[in-house]
Design a protein around this ligand. Structure first.
Ligand code: PRP
Ligand code: URA
Length: 210
């Protein structure tokens, strides 16, 4: 399943996010705001349990979340999506994964995996603004499944058709939520039109190769 938001607020913020003149401070704010809007959609089918709430006027039959969520950002760029979604789901746990993409092979290179012990979470939200070839997503989904979490959602801001196809081919059970599905990857593996390098644009580390 792929969910691509058509919401006017998402489209408006995405336009600002993509703009090459948007500076890192505003870029981070936009990542934050878009992550809330995508996180809200990804949470739409989480299970709830009925609770009675005593108001000053009577009893309301309400619903409480009945799911333990793990937020799994892929460092670096996924970090910017953690706090806003954590604010939405404050009892979530945060488990970190670190990898970069080799510029020549486009394969992910691991440098951090904090997934350890027996998982207490029932659902993992993997967070990464960019789903390009899908290499980083596939490597992360593999380790999350090996860790013992079967229910996985992948939250992106921009996804390429190539990355979506790769995730679906290997893991048809993983739902993808994104603010936009773009045209294609260019010959150096960047999403077109995309936004450039999401990590460098958040952290102000843009170089000639970004
Ligand atoms: C970017 C992005 C994803 C990956 C996507 O990270 O944040 O993790 O590339 O590409 P893929 O789908 O082809 O694997 P990058 O490797 O630039 O590292 P960074 O987050 O540290 O900038
Ligand atoms: N990683 C990014 O940050 N941007 C892309 O377009 C592709 C991979």
């Amino acid at each position: 399943m792929v969910f691509e938001s058509k919401h006017p607020l998402v489209k408006h913020k995405l336009a600002l996010l993509r703009d090459m003149n948007t500076e890192p401070k505003q870029f981070r704010e936009l990542v934050n705001e878009l992550a809330v809007l995508i996180g809200y959609e990804a949470a739409a089918d989480l299970p709830t349990r009925e609770v009675d709430v005593h108001t000053p006027m009577g009893t309301a039959v309400e619903a409480q979340l009945d799911a333990k969520i793990g937020l799994i950002p892929i460092l670096r760029a996924g970090l910017g999506m953690v706090d806003p979604i954590w604010d939405l789901i404050p009892n979530a746990e945060v488990w970190h994964i670190g990898m970069w993409r080799d510029e020549e092979t486009l394969e992910p290179v691991w440098y951090y995996n904090k997934l350890e012990g027996t998982p207490r979470i029932g659902t993992a939200f993997i967070l990464d603004p960019m789903l390009a070839t899908g290499g980083s997503a596939l490597a992360t989904i593999d380790v999350v499944k090996q860790w013992g979490v079967a229910r996985i959602k992948f939250l992106a801001l921009i996804a390429a058709p190539e990355g979506i196809a790769a995730v679906h081919a290997a893991h048809p059970d993983v739902a993808i939520y994104t603010a936009a599905i773009d045209s294609h990857l260019n010959d150096i593996g960047y999403i077109v039109p995309g936004l450039g390098d999401a990590g460098d644009r958040q952290f102000g580390t843009i170089t000639s190769s970004s």
